[in-house]
Design a protein around this ligand. Sequence first.
Ligand SMILES: Cc1cc2nc3c(=O)[nH]c(=O)nc-3n(C[C@H](O)[C@H](O)[C@H](O)COP(=O)(O)O)c2cc1C
Length: 100
Amino acid sequence: MVSRFQVVHAVQGKVPVFFDGGVRRGTDIFKALALGAKAVLIGRAVIYGLAAKGELGVKQVIQMLKDELELTMALSGCCSVDDITRSHVKTEKERFICRM
Ligand SMILES: Cc1cc2nc3c(=O)[nH]c(=O)nc-3n(C[C@H](O)[C@H](O)[C@H](O)COP(=O)(O)O)c2cc1C
């Protein structure tokens, strides 16, 4: 089965990619950007916030995603989103080679 992250990787640099679906954490945004996505779209995460706490919940979800993305960027040595590159993520195959 091909994952959404693999699809982004496959078309990287050929067409602008908007990553849509399953974004729940800042690390998901980081990974999508690292694989070449120009933007990510968020559906249910903000709906969950809306259902739980209304407008405040939506703001909190967006702030949480922003905080998590910024933390991930800081831990990866990225000062801006333009600094996030393909080298910041590994495929399963690359991870396997690293373990050998
Ligand atoms: C309440 C709700 C309504 C949606 N309505 C539509 C729609 O009318 N047409 C459409 O193409 N996608 C619709 N979507 C899908 C979103 O555009 C988006 O693709 C999806 O929610 C992203 O995945 P995520 O929810 O995992 O973030 C809807 C999503 C939600 C949560």
